[in-house]
Design a protein around this ligand. Structure first.
Ligand SMILES: [Zn+2]
Length: 331
């Protein structure tokens, strides 16, 4: 089966033809969707060998000065400015390296990078190189949160299965999350990595008090979810979105089922959920759904864990539904 070709502008960012009315100070104004666009082609020029090596050979190249021997990765110079512009030559470097700094994590990216978030962005000095390469960072252990990758963490370069010759064709994961063979392998691809068995955080022991707190919170959550399900604005936030989320908290578990605008709760354990959400206290989730604090913040602050990094998007949608529900009550 051939995959539909991706467009330069992702289809979800292209607004529908249409218009709506915005009311400001009691007056109605008509607002129409329109577009202005320019497409262009650009060459990688003399950097082409570096990008072609990533794309076609799954190799990481640097340039070595013929005089001082300094190896720069990426190979952004053809002549060394420190050696009276002596020529450099392209050489291959290793695909394991060390973080040069603790990477910041982007959770809320611009539209161009939204489909990749959350991701870390940091500089890595690969074995055989003297300078650091700026790369995107991920973890295989679930959601990327501060503390997983730090300055000095050993990381491994991973190649995407589909590459077009951009620096985003590659990313890094902590070396400690891979097997010995994977670490040794040159040109390790993302599909060779196990993304499906993240380590679930353990919940502390359950008391009777926890169980009753859970039951109480669940009733409140059910009421909010019911409200969302019958709220037009909130329904719009998950139009076209389908997710079965298993929620585990101290005291019990239930599932949130999203299905193209519909949202509901199922008690107990469900079969093959899309991802897991684990939090110590149900109050964390309840507060988020009640718009008393964002669930995305709870994730970033490590109060709520999700098993798949890319499902941060779904968490973001839950926050939007909470906001939609509160806003429609106000108006
Ligand atoms: Zn030099």
């Amino acid at each position: 089966m051939s995959k539909q070709k991706e467009k330069v502008i992702r289809s979800e960012y292209i607004p529908d033809v249409g218009s709506d009315i915005e009311t400001i100070d009691g007056k109605d104004y008509l607002v129409t969707n329109d577009a202005m666009y320019t497409f262009y082609r650009r060459t990688k020029g003399e950097f082409s060998p570096f990008f072609l090596a990533l794309k076609d050979e799954k190799k990481l190249l640097g340039c070595k000065c013929s005089k001082c021997g300094l190896v720069r990765v990426p190979p952004f110079l053809t002549h060394c400015p420190d050696c009276n512009f002596a020529p450099t030559e392209l050489i291959e470097v290793e695909q394991v390296g060390v973080m040069n700094s603790t990477p910041p994590i982007t959770y809320f990216a611009t539209s161009l990078f939204q489909h990749m978030a959350p991701y870390g962005r940091g500089r890595v000095i690969f074995k055989g190189a003297d300078t650091a390469l700026s790369v995107i960072l991920y973890t295989t252990t679930g959601i990327l949160v501060p503390g997983i990758i730090n300055k000095g963490t050993e990381v491994k370069l991973v190649f995407k299965d589909e590459r077009i010759g951009e620096i985003t064709d590659v990313f890094c994961v902590p070396a400690s999350e891979l097997t010995e063979e994977q670490l040794k392998k040159k040109g390790l691809t993302e599909s060779e990595i196990d993304w499906e068995s993240p380590v679930e955080p353990e919940l502390s022991d359950v008391s009777d008090k926890d169980v009753s707190a859970y039951k109480k919170a669940l009733e409140e959550i059910k009421t909010i979810i019911k409200g969302m399900n019958s709220n037009e604005r909130a329904r719009k936030d998950i139009a076209g979105w389908k997710r079965d989320i298993q929620v585990k908290v101290r005291g019990g578990q239930f599932a949130i089922i999203m299905n193209d605008g519909d949202i509901g709760i199922k008690e107990g354990e469900i079969k093959s959920p899309d991802f897991l959400m684990v939090c110590e206290t149900p109050q964390t989730l309840l507060d988020g759904l009640a718009y008393r604090g964002a669930i995305t913040d709870a994730v970033i602050n490590k109060k709520l864990w999700i098993s798949k990094n890319m499902e941060f998007n779904t968490i973001f949608k839950l926050d939007r539904m909470a906001r939609s529900l509160v806003r429609s009550k106000k108006t």
